[in-house]
Ligand binder design. Structure first.
Ligand code: ADP
Ligand code: NI
Length: 220
């Protein structure tokens, strides 16, 4: 039996909030909330299917909190089981799970194929935008602390990662993460709407880094 779309949406918000509340690595409910809001905004501007975009953005990180074995199939499977139970239509479930498979970033220098649908492009853009700007800076250092990374070490240079495995295993500093991922994202946006938002957030990170190095040497 198929449930009303608004009901599926409301149930999903409550489910994801419940599952991800208080998560400490940067994939908490508030990350999902921000991605959801950004995705709605981009979706409206780009004319994407709002319902599919909303559900995919709400569920895009659903398995990261529980299964950290790096198995990429788990997220879409958890999302599919949830959506079936919630009474979503089969065709919608298929589109949503395909988007969840497509959104994740695999590391600088590692090819990530672009999303195959406008809705996937929107969700990927929204997820990437949440790694930029003031929020992105906060998340990078929160993650760095969580992973016991150093803030900065001038002797450790940023590197490109040849594979997703190398990206996950990297012991680089949090400042290097800006060069290995965050400053690359502006050129990877799929939509014009996201590119404009990314440009502003990118500029803020450039200012932050320049002030950071200046303070590091006691100049400002
Ligand atoms: P996403 O939710 O976009 O898939 P990730 O799982 O790659 O993102 O990362 C979640 C957050 O943690 C992002 O804001 C990202 O910049 C940050 N992060 C990931 N890896 C690192 C790292 N090595 N150093 C600092 N921050 C990181
Ligand atoms: Ni995410």
């Amino acid at each position: 039996m198929q449930t009303d779309r608004q009901v599926v949406l409301e149930k999903t918000v409550a489910y994801v909030r419940d599952q991800l509340a208080g998560e400490g690595s940067g994939h908490d409910w508030w990350h999902v909330y921000r991605v959801w809001q950004l995705a709605r905004r981009i979706s409206g501007a780009e004319g994407a299917d709002m319902y599919v975009v909303e559900l995919a953005s709400l569920l895009h990180d659903i398995a990261d909190w529980k299964f950290n074995g790096g198995n990429e199939a788990v997220g879409p499977a958890v999302a599919e089981a949830w959506l079936r139970g919630a009474g979503a239509a089969g065709a919608d479930i298929e589109r949503i799970c395909e988007i969840i498979k497509e959104v994740s970033f695999k590391g600088a220098g590692t090819p990530t194929s672009p999303p195959t649908t406008l809705e996937g492009a929107v969700v990927q853009d929204a997820d990437r935008l949440d790694a930029l700007g003031a929020i992105g800076i906060a998340r990078a250092f929160a993650y760095g602390g969580f992973a016991h990374r150093q803030i900065h070490d001038p002797a450790i240079r940023p590197t490109e990662h040849g594979s997703f495995e190398a990206y996950k295993a990297s012991r680089s500093t949090t400042i290097n993460h800006f060069y290995e991922k965050l400053l690359l994202l502006k050129d990877l946006m799929n939509t014009e709407t996201a590119r404009a938002i990314a440009t502003r957030r990118h500029a803020l990170m450039e200012v932050f880094l320049s002030e950071f190095y200046s303070e590091w040497e006691g100049r400002t």
